[in-house]
Write a protein that binds this ligand. Structure first.
Ligand code: BTN
Length: 255
């Protein structure tokens, strides 16, 4: 994948073009590969791994991430945030980095569903799985570039694709560049502002599950550390993790 690696380097820009990277045709999971290589002392941050397909792509909450060949970008970045960086902020800056890369390379304007799902025309086009390694972090990103023949399987949920004229290496390099830039000052308020501008749930009624119980609340904003601020009959509180859905259940025409 020499040509893909060269194209990724160009998109990384002069500041990051020399970081170690590999572009694979297929692997089980780019997150898993980096985790294993880091634990065995074979790589150190920063390190970028991309694949054209994954046989065991992993999503949040133990789900599978459908990663068929020829349709998507699957990438993981091993990075070293400054000490004590809030994990929530890393997720936030990754979502903003992917939005920026897509906005600059296509006509699309993705919206973020807290925490870090990216939607275009009511369909999820990108998922992000950040995993901490007790200091370094692996930021795994899957972007659906094209709709697979026969469509997405039902387990992929309301999935869609960018279906835009953009190549995976260009997107991968830009995304990694913006994450690496952002990790130099993850507390920069511009990052959370950029996130808030693309996260339209504020003011909406959402449903979420807590301790096995389904709850309803109104979203009042995103906290400075990336939590979802909500208000319900018990008063205001902040959601740190989990998954939310709209009161109506559908994102079509909204996200
Ligand atoms: C989600 O939507 O639940 C998160 C999906 C994250 C998928 C990416 S694809 C590249 C990296 N490798 C994985 O196994 N998962 C992440």
């Amino acid at each position: 994948m020499e040509r893909a690696e060269e194209a990724i380097r160009r998109a990384l820009g002069s500041k990051w073009e020399k970081i170690p990277l590999r572009a694979l045709v297929e692997t089980d999971s780019t997150n898993l590969r980096l985790k294993e290589a880091y634990r065995e002392g074979r790589i150190a941050p920063p390190y970028l791994l991309t694949a054209d397909s994954q046989t065991a792509g992993r999503g949040r909450l133990g789900r599978r991430f459908v990663s068929p060949p020829g349709t998507g970008l699957y990438m993981s970045l091993l990075a070293a945030p400054p000490p004590n960086t809030d994990c929530g902020l890393i997720t936030i800056l990754a979502a903003v980095a992917v939005c920026r890369a897509i906005e600059e390379t296509t006509d699309l304007r993705p919206k973020i569903k807290w925490v870090n799902d990216l939607f275009v025309n009511g369909k999820k086009v990108c998922g992000i799985l950040a995993e901490g390694l007790g200091g370094p972090v692996i930021v795994g990103i899957g972007v659906n570039l094209r709709t697979p023949l026969g469509g997405f399987p039902p387990e992929a949920g309301p999935a869609g694709a960018l279906d835009a004229d953009v190549e995976a290496p260009l997107l991968a390099g830009r995304i990694a560049r913006y994450i690496l830039d952002g990790l130099e000052s993850p507390n920069d308020p511009a990052i959370i502002d950029a996130y808030r501008q693309r996260m339209p749930l504020t003011g909406q009624t959402i449903r979420y599950t807590q301790n096995g119980q389904e709850k309803t609340a109104r979203v009042t904003g995103v906290s400075t550390d990336g939590g979802l601020m909500v208000e319900d009959e018990t008063g205001p509180h902040i959601l740190r993790t989990g998954e939310v859905s709209l009161g109506s259940g559908a994102f079509e025409g909204f996200l």
